[in-house]
Design a protein around this ligand. Sequence first.
Ligand SMILES: Cc1cc2nc3c(=O)[nH]c(=O)nc-3n(C[C@H](O)[C@H](O)[C@H](O)COP(=O)(O)O)c2cc1C
Length: 185
Amino acid sequence: MEKTMAYVELCFTDFSQKAHELLAGSPWLLATASRQGKANVMTVGATGLGTAAGVHYVVEWIRPSCYSSELIEEAGAFTLNVPREGMGEAVRLCGSVSGRDQDKFAEANLTAMPSKIVPAPVIQECGIHLECRLTGIWEARPESISGSSQAYYEKSGTPPDNYHRCYFAEIVAIYADEDVARRLW
Ligand SMILES: Cc1cc2nc3c(=O)[nH]c(=O)nc-3n(C[C@H](O)[C@H](O)[C@H](O)COP(=O)(O)O)c2cc1C
């Protein structure tokens, strides 16, 4: 189905005031595309937002075993998409199978739409979209973490080559569907 709704551009300050509430409501969907233009989507729960030196950014904690990790590094970009109510099944599916094995857009009945700026799609069915341009990567390693982070990896039995990578990305656009913007802002 073609989306006919208009988008409302949001500024970071307005968005970030609601971000914790939105993150508590549902994990978000991170979308990427391969060089050949094939879209992929994964569920993400470990998302941080902030501002440093005047730049608004997100940090995503992603395991290198995820196909999305490869695609983010290849494209230097990704989008974050806040699911609407009733998208729980899509969130579950996109967090439980890999795009290496399945076309999750097709499986979850999601539609990839071109972004305004970055070479990664946004998800039509979601209500809010953030376009993000990769600016840096920090890799968690057994020797570089301590305390609760170290305990988490030890307890979960994560092999050292699959500790999360932190993807730092500048948020270059934020927009919401008109009805969502009207309700939240
Ligand atoms: C609720 C939920 C939250 C998740 N959050 C993350 C996350 O923040 N980082 C991560 O690496 N994997 C996370 N996952 C697991 C990935 O979504 C999952 O491994 C996915 O299959 C990766 O897809 P891909 O191989 O197509 O990239 C989460 C899964 C669920 C169900």
